[in-house]
Design a protein around this ligand. Structure first.
Ligand code: EPZ
Length: 419
């Protein structure tokens, strides 16, 4: 098992390039199942979850060609038979595998998709995905850990009101409805930027989709698909992670080819905490920030503060003067990083879904263990500010969603090595 060694207290400066978004890439890869013509995706992040989804598409029978050096992926149909199955051995490490359910049932009228296992942050149910597909006419059966779905006459558009907001269920429903007969109106949708990126992709393929105010999306199904070429949007969670790294140990760090308004909420929170951050059209610069102030944060669906930055901001709060708090409203068990941060000296107490952080506290390096993607990167951030050396185990979690993390931090002066 690989580990990361970090020697803390190194001042960082320079430029960090932000990769394409994992959470925009995964639903677009699933949606490429619908395309009879060629799909070309640029700015693909070379991370484990994307390789897993590419493996799944190849298993299903699509031809995939990854030009690693240029982060370009080409997907096309070959005259091989399509296997409408997403096997457990592939899906078990990546819950987003369930996103192939919508396109498979919409295009091939049947699918057998492994139920995603739970993970460190929660049980990860898919009831909202199945609720939407059933409304579109799919027959669903759960048996032996698999979802068996069928729609022998194809899917039919309808009105669907989500009981609660779900990114994945919204994506599955949009992809399925884009090849259903007639019109579908989705209510109470998630509106993450990655969903907008998926809609841009589907519209290029020939679907008619419009986002209305009040979390409403209208889809007019179509069966004719055209060749699509799309650049994946930047990863706003990776950007947020490095903005916090810059706030922790930066002298001056620049980020280019990003869209600051997409992370407006995060920038406002960082500024309220005293982080010196300047943003203009496609660039953001973070300067040395000394007296960090406390904050009270509640995670919410976009455009609220993202749950995927909750662990990371907690490290910054450990440097802030006084009591900060975080209310985690999206996942039921997303404080797994807290015990590890406490082993490094952080003063954090949790009660139900609320964590209270007292600062400023000095963190000291320790041997720690990553439990999920964002918890592992929060330990990297803690290692950057801790005295002496931090060793992070189980860093395969990191590799699921951060491209070239050590290289990006090393170029800014961090002492970080993988062993
Ligand atoms: C997406 O997960 C992201 N993953 C997650 O990022 C992100 O944390 C999450 O959205 C919230 O923003 C990808 O985009 C690949 P949800 P998803 O459905 O779609 C419950 C990362 O670190 N729920 O919006 O699974 C669910 O348990 C990952 O990159 C149901 O109850 O999230 C959760 O409590 C982690 N039934 C809440 O809704 C369902 O059918 C929000 O989940 C689906 C979800």
């Amino acid at each position: 098992m690989q580990k990361l060694l970090i020697k803390g207290k190194k001042v960082l400066s320079g430029t960090i390039s932000i990769s394409g978004s994992k959470n925009a890439t995964l639903p677009i890869l699933a949606a490429s199942i619908l395309n009879d013509k060629k799909t070309t995706l640029k700015n693909i992040p070379l991370v484990k979850d994307v390789f897993t989804m590419i493996e799944l598409l190849s298993f299903i029978g699509l031809k995939t060609k990854l030009h690693k050096g240029k982060n370009i992926l080409e997907i096309s149909k070959k005259n091989k038979k399509i296997i409408t199955v997403a096997p457990y051995r592939i899906v078990k490490t990546m819950r987003a595998g369930v996103l192939v359910l919508g396109p498979l049932i919409a295009k091939y009228k049947k699918a057998k998709v492994s139920l995603p296992g739970g993970c460190a942050i929660g049980t990860r149910p898919v009831d909202l995905h199945l609720f939407a597909l059933k409304k579109l006419g799919a027959k669903i059966l759960i048996k032996e850990g698999y979802i068996y779905a069928s729609a022998k006459d194809g899917l039919v558009g309808c009105k669907i009101k989500f009981p609660s907001i779900s990114v994945g269920a919204t994506e599955n429903a949009i992809i399925a409805a884009s090849q259903a007969k007639g019109k579908t109106i989705l209510y109470n949708c998630a509106l993450e930027p990655e969903i907008e990126n998926l809609i841009v992709f589907l519209k290029k393929m020939g679907c008619k989709i419009s986002i209305k105010k009040g979390r409403k999306i209208i889809i007019n199904g179509t069966f004719k698909t055209s060749q699509v070429s799309q650049k994946i949007m930047f990863d706003r969670i990776e950007l947020g992670t490095y903005l916090i790294a810059a706030a922790l140990m930066g002298k001056k760090i620049s980020f280019s080819n990003v869209i600051p308004k997409i992370i407006n909420t995060e920038i406002k929170v960082l500024k309220s905490m005293g982080v010196k951050i300047k943003s203009q059209n496609k660039k953001i610069i973070v300067y040395k920030s000394l007296d960090i102030k406390s904050a009270k944060i509640k995670t919410k669906p976009y455009p609220g503060f993202p749950t995927d930055l909750q662990a990371q901001i907690m490290v910054l709060m450990s440097k802030a003067k006084g009591y900060s708090s975080i209310e985690e409203n999206i996942f039921e068990n997303r404080f797994m990083h807290v015990p590890e941060l406490k082993r490094m000296g952080a003063k954090i107490s949790t009660k139900n879904n609320i964590a209270q952080i007292l600062g400023p506290t000095k963190l000291s390096g320790a041997e720690v263990m990553a439990t999920d993607l964002r918890a592992s990167v929060c330990l990297v951030l803690a290692g950057l500010i801790a005295d002496n050396r931090t060793v992070i185990n189980r860093i395969y979690h990191l590799d699921r969603g951060y491209e070239n993390l050590e290289k990006k931090l090393k170029t800014c002066g961090a002492k970080i090595t993988r062993i």
